[in-house]
Design a protein around this ligand. Structure first.
Ligand code: C2E
Ligand code: MG
Ligand code: MG
Length: 399
């Protein structure tokens, strides 16, 4: 294989040039080809380290193309470019997993300059992932200059400025959709969409997290009520909210209001959340479990916890933290942590979910290690409700 070589297949020369320019900036030698007919021959002739494929070209059968690459035993890092959630893209993603091709990720079309820049850098230079949000305009500068105060949060609660994005969770063994995780966003009147890390910790300190959790539950349940009954919704619960019966009451009432079976709801808590006050956590979590809710340990491996205490709590699921998943290709330590975490979960009778799956190799590796479910940018980014419905239609049409 020729290091730092990129072959671009794109029928739109402007797009191809944008990719080429970016790659040349990282020292790549780039060739562009506009027709799929000669593409596979070119791959076999040049044996490039990277491929960028526009998957929605007219007349192109992306699935067949990937099968041909697999037949060549292609080990190039592949970047697919496509508009969001289309059947062609989904079929290609599934084909990549089936053929064990190294798809690094998806470059969304139409191109957005700053977004492309970060994503391409990530995929071409094999950097550990940068946390990005397709629908977020947050830049590092904005993050730093952004100050939250109690009055602004109060206004956000009163004026319904919080909303939920949804990220699909898939069965890694058969590709079927099992449900979504709800992830909060703040539609700030001046700054646009804000990520939870910029305001959730603050609201935990001021005590404003409880009304926010309440709104999250209502919004999430309204979404869940519109989904097929076999699908689940995971909701993140702050440590500060598992302290009294109020949470039980809110969940109970929401189930009645929306006609939701508690079995369809997964509450995600971090290890640290449950360890701060294990007796209280045990009381509240056992009651929630008795009502039928499922309980998940989020970000497993990043907090501090004692196995004895964890085993005592009625968890049903364990989430492998994205810091291990995004580094599993480069770090044998991460792979070992993931392997032993899955073994631990199995011995405790817990299902396993991996977060932060950013490419097909991670999906393949996790499946081989026995991880049952997964989510990540490789399949879909967190998206608003309308986009989630659109994505779901396309995903289902593949089965
Ligand atoms: P989390 O529950 O561990 O959620 C996973 C985070 O990983 C999300 O960040 C998600 O956007 C991001 N992610 C998903 N796929 C990938 C991927 O392939 N690669 C990478 N690098 N990241 C990926 P987000 O949405 O910014 O949420 C951050 C954290 O904020 C969540 O971590 C959760 O702890 C907290 N949070 C989110 N929504 C709520 C909420 O409604 N209530 C509370 N209390 N906390 C929330
Ligand atoms: Mg979570
Ligand atoms: Mg997590």
């Amino acid at each position: 294989m020729q290091a730092k070589t990129l072959l671009v297949l794109d029928d739109d020369i402007d797009s191809a040039n944008i990719i080429a320019k970016e790659a040349e900036g990282y020292g790549f030698k780039v060739s562009i080809i506009e027709s799929a007919v000669l593409f596979v021959d070119q791959v076999s002739a040049i044996n490039p380290s990277h491929l960028a494929i526009h998957i929605e070209m007219p007349e192109l059968d992306g699935t067949a193309l990937l099968a041909d690459l697999a037949q060549l035993q292609c080990t190039s890092s592949i970047i697919l470019s496509s508009s969001f959630g289309t059947p062609a893209l989904i079929a290609a993603q599934l084909a990549a997993i089936k053929h064990r091709l190294n798809v690094r990720g998806v470059l969304p079309r139409p191109f957005n300059r700053s977004f492309n820049h970060v994503i391409l850098k990530n995929m071409l230079t094999d950097l550990v992932s940068v946390d990005l949000d397709l629908y977020t305009s947050t830049t590092d500068n904005e993050r730093q200059s952004y100050v939250v105060d109690e009055a602004a949060i109060f206004e956000a609660i009163s004026n319904n400025q919080f909303l939920l994005y949804y990220q699909p969770v898939l069965n890694l063994q058969n590709g079927k959709l099992v449900g979504f995780e709800a992830l909060i966003r703040w539609r700030h009147p001046e700054l646009g969409i804000r990520l939870p890390e910029t305001f959730i910790p603050f609201t935990e300190k001021t005590g404003q997290i409880d009304p926010i959790t309440h709104q999250v539950i209502l919004m999430g349940f309204a979404f869940l009520a519109k989904l097929k009954p076999e699908l689940t919704l995971s909701i993140n619960i702050s440590a500060k909210s598992i302290k009294n019966d109020h949470l039980l009451e809110v969940f109970n009432q929401a189930c009645q209001k929306f006609g939701i079976d508690p079995k369809r709801v997964v509450l995600e808590l971090t290890e640290t959340a449950t360890m701060n006050n294990p007796d209280e956590a045990e009381y509240v979590l056992s009651r929630l479990r008795d009502l039928g809710f499922r309980l998940s340990i989020d970000d497993f491996g990043t907090g501090y916890s004692s196995m004895a205490q964890l085993a005592r709590l009625p968890f049903t699921e364990l989430k492998i933290d994205k810091s291990f998943v995004t580094t599993m290709e480069s770090s044998s330590k991460s792979r070992k942590v993931i392997g032993s975490t899955i073994a631990l979960a199995q011995s405790l009778g817990l299902t396993t979910v991996a977060e932060g799956i950013e490419n097909s190799l991670a999906a393949i590796g996790l499946r081989e290690l026995g991880c049952q479910f997964g989510q990540g940018y490789y399949f879909a980014r967190p998206m608003d409700q309308d986009a989630a419905f659109l994505w779901m239609q396309n995903w289902h049409s593949q089965y």
